[in-house]
Ligand binder design. Structure first.
Ligand SMILES: Nc1ncnc2c1ncn2[C@@H]1O[C@H](COP(=O)(O)OP(=O)(O)O)[C@@H](O)[C@H]1O
Ligand SMILES: [Mg+2]
Length: 159
């Protein structure tokens, strides 16, 4: 799945930026965006850069920007990118669920919003703005029958 390619990754997160939420969800969000960059932005061994930036926004929100400078998307692909089962790589094993899952985690579980900017040949930028303290609902998997919270734990994570 991951081919050998010269992809540089830079992460710019200020020290001490705290997010109180669902660490498992952040992991899944970043994993899906990273795999998409590898599979779509930098397909066929194309090289380039991925940058992840996080910043506090006011006292309540945090902004996370995930950007690549790869192949980019046409306006048509961009419009459908978050739709379930939309993929431009159906024949190469694409499920079309990666961005749909990311969008749902951001907007529902983490109570945030998400925007996509892209141009063909100029890469893609995903901008996520969400509360520092997640306001969304835990998923069913996290809710035990007695109402107590199960995995993944809601914990403090320092990024
Ligand atoms: N970083 C990216 N650069 C270019 N196109 C992308 C990028 N991320 C997603 N896409 C486009 O959005 C579509 C949907 O992505 P996704 O929901 O993760 O499905 P999948 O990865 O299975 O194709 C992809 O098929 C691709 O066309
Ligand atoms: Mg994907």
């Amino acid at each position: 799945m991951l081919k050998k390619a010269a992809i540089t990754l830079s992460v710019d997160v200020p020290e001490g930026l705290m997010i109180d939420g669902y660490p498992g969800s952040y992991g899944q969000i970043l994993t899906n965006l990273f795999l998409n960059a590898a599979n779509h932005a930098f397909a066929d061994g194309r090289s380039g850069a991925i940058t992840i930036t996080a910043r506090g926004r006011g006292s309540d929100d945090v902004e996370i920007i995930f950007a690549d400078n790869g192949a980019g998307m046409t306006p048509d692909v961009q419009r459908q990118a978050f739709d379930p089962f939309f993929t431009t790589r159906r024949n190469e094993g694409g499920t079309g669920l990666g961005l749909h899952i990311v969008y749902n985690l951001v907007t529902q579980q983490l109570g945030g919003r998400m925007m996509l900017e892209s141009r063909v040949g100029q890469g893609a930028t995903f901008r996520i703005i969400m509360p520092r303290i997640a306001k969304g609902q835990p998923t069913i998997a996290e809710q035990a029958t007695d109402g107590s919270t199960q995995w993944p734990n809601r914990t403090m994570s320092s990024t």
